[in-house]
Design a protein around this ligand. Sequence first.
Ligand code: NAD
Length: 530
Amino acid sequence: MRAAPLRRARLARMFLAGRAERRTLDTMTVTPTDLQTVGHWIAGTPDSAAERLGDVHDPATGQVARRVALASAGDVDRAVRAAREAFPAWSSASLAKRTAVLFAYRELLAKRLDDVARLITAEHGKTLDDARGEVQRGLEVVEFACGIAQLMKGEGSEQISTRVDSTSYRQPLGVVAGITPFNFPAMVPMWMYPLALACGNSFILKPSEKDPSASLLMAEMLAEAGLPAGVFSVVQGDKVAVDALLTHPEVDAVSFVGSTPVAKYIYETATAHGKRAQALGGAKNHALVLPDANLDVAADAIASAAFGSAGQRCMAISAVVTVGEDTARELTAKVVERARALTVGPGADAASEMGPLVTVEARDRVTTYVARGEEEGATVALDGRGLVVGGHEAGFFVGPTVLDDVTTEMSVYRDEIFGPLLVMLRAGSFDEGLDLINANPYGNGAAIFTSDGGAAREFRSRVTAGMVGINVPIPVPMAYYSFGGWKDSLFGDLHVHGREGVLFYTRGKVVTERWPKKAHGVDYGFPTQS
Ligand code: NAD
């Protein structure tokens, strides 16, 4: 049964506030605690079924702040069935109706942008400003999706043969699943569902179990905007939920964003089960700094791109390649000076410029790699290990860290570390620097800092990365372009949002029609030149 949107929204609010928990814990096989449980959103209502629960931490304090339901294959099946049932009506709703829902959602999201941002900061740890920026970037995809009537237009040719016309259409796929990472709990889902829904699909979101709450607030607002029950669902969970989605016969397509090993697994498993798939993976984004660059501008840009969000951005710059010894020395000193000046603290504190890492494992991964880099011969130019934030001693903090004299054989260079750790490498020439970048297996983003237009043009043309910045450190495409990397940073053919997003969430149909002047005595065979 479908609850009215407002009632559903009220239920969701109760659920988020933990008030619905007592009712639902009766049916759980887990030990009740005082902590709020973040549940699913299935068939238009909050749903707290859970045989297993996971912990959600507040990274600033290191404490468990909430629990999250971890879906079983049965929970996933309920969401898929609801999505399948909702599909015929939603896919045949007029473009005007679908657009109206998106416009209403856009208004709600803009009004509650701070609420979403606060949930993100509480569970991810990033600063509130950063979280607001994330929601804003997601909102821009919603705005882009509001133009779906224009975006879904096909083409047509009259008179391809005598009295024969041809028209192409884009039609929705059916049930689409989105599996998303912890580092952008609102923006990455919004790379996917606004367009998927606008195109007429039903969508099931499986957010990261590390910061699940933003997804429920988005589900609540979509319902309030008038989206019919079942068209958008959220299943919380881990690999069990993911595998159930990847193998479910009623799921038609899978969009994934996360680390490279999981992306590869998702792409291979989804396609082996006959699904359309796009899987965006990890990154090691390089900046090439030439001797003619303005080194103050480059250092400002690199410090903010490396340490913003504690380096937990898929487009963070994590490796700098300098050309020439003087450039290397001067730039490293300038980056270290800026990084040292950053205020590290809880994301909710307005004075903080960098927050904690998402989990204790993520923090320990960074400190372990720094030690390994030192052993392998790198010079620690700035050491963020052992940073203690007063009043938040158990928080998952690591300060900005810079390793100099890094070479391509070192693990700190080869591996994606995903923290506030920047490695500095040296090259003897532009070509050597470019070759180094192109030899890296990742190809998400790459940037060049230079005042030489010819060198910039050469870099733009030859670098093997999907998103390129020229004197721009984080070249994230706007909603009306498509986002995606090359090489091990993307498995699949189509990038997310923009025109490619519309192509991914639809399939093409070409219609050829012949209408004779008179209905009788006409040959309906294959069109010819006559
Ligand atoms: P992750 O790969 O650990 O998890 C991503 C999603 O996959 C989560 O929903 C998680 O529950 C699920 N998952 C994890 N392990 C799984 C397994 N073995 N089988 C099935 N599902 C599994 O990534 P993360 O740590 O949440 O996010 C950080 C990673 O995401 C980084 O590598 C980062 O570069 C990448 N990322 C890439 C982009 C991009 O645009 N290319 C954008 C954001 C993040």
